[in-house]
Design a protein around this ligand. Structure first.
Ligand code: SF4
Ligand code: SF4
Length: 247
């Protein structure tokens, strides 16, 4: 609904002539801001309003509920006050398509596809800068990982290499209870076939040899840790109980 004709007068009343100059300048500035805001609202409305069918496709109002229900720590974003400290603290926000703060507000706006196909949720490196600085104690990093897990399970693959590395990383943990660098690298490098695997292997040969010289990587396969059976039971149970499963 358009604002009343005297809207500008109400939001920025004209100051009496007896007031000092500083107050008049402030009032004028307020008036200018009100006018800009109103111009933006009135002029942007017709342009930003797509047909109802497109609005339904672009905005899924139930998406916030979906996140609260299915994403690990998803409900925590209810307390986000959009201060932007997480975005300012995140070392990767400059290369993310959407910062954590934006992701959270987009969830509330129901922008499902944009959130689930965002490469930002898969770029998070778990540095925890956001989590320790959030004034509302929102576990930002947990939500980011929860969203990434949920998106991958739903079939979104915006960073296939990250996804592939993560899959082999966790495969190694499940198999032997630790990271077997040789196996993870081999599976990761062979994702694109033999020729590319040889090329990637040669590129990383120096690092591999240095790791072996310092006994950080063995030639022989890693043996499963003691208690691997119990560890697998725990991981299976966590997967069964955890959120993030599509459907
Ligand atoms: S720092 Fe916390 S409250 Fe502020 S925008 Fe980020 S998640 Fe929200
Ligand atoms: S934990 Fe992730 S989202 Fe948080 S500051 Fe670090 S990279 Fe950014």
């Amino acid at each position: 609904m358009s604002p009343p004709a005297d809207f500008r007068g109400v939001s920025a009343p004209r100051r009496p002539k007896t007031r000092d100059r500083r107050r008049r300048v402030g009032a004028e500035r307020n008036q200018t801001l009100s006018e800009s805001a109103m111009t933006e609202q009135t002029s942007a409305a017709p342009v930003a309003s797509p047909p109802p069918s497109e609005r339904t496709a672009a905005y899924a109002p139930a998406f916030a509920d979906e996140v609260f229900k299915n994403v690990d720590s998803g409900e925590e974003i209810k307390t986000c006050m959009q201060c932007g400290v997480c975005a300012a603290s995140c070392p990767l926000s400059l290369v993310m398509d959407f910062s954590p703060r934006k992701i959270f507000t987009m969830i509330r706006a129901g922008r499902r596809d944009e959130v689930l196909s965002s490469q930002g949720i898969l770029l998070c490196t778990s540095c925890y800068a956001c989590k320790v600085r959030c004034p509302r104690k929102v576990p930002v990093v947990d939500v980011m990982h929860g969203l990434a897990h949920y998106a991958i399970n739903l079939g979104y693959a915006t960073r296939p290499l990250t996804q592939s590395f993560g899959t082999h990383f966790w495969g190694s943990i499940y198999k032997v209870g630790r990271i077997d660098e040789k196996e993870v690298s081999r599976k990761y490098f062979f994702r694109d076939g033999l020729v590319k695997a040889a090329k990637y292997g040669l590129q990383m040969a120096d690092i591999g040899l240095a790791l072996m010289r310092r006994r950080r990587m063995k030639l022989l396969p890693e043996r499963p840790i003691r208690g691997i059976v119990d560890l697998r039971k725990m991981l299976d149970k966590a997967a069964e109980l955890g959120k993030g499963r599509a459907g």
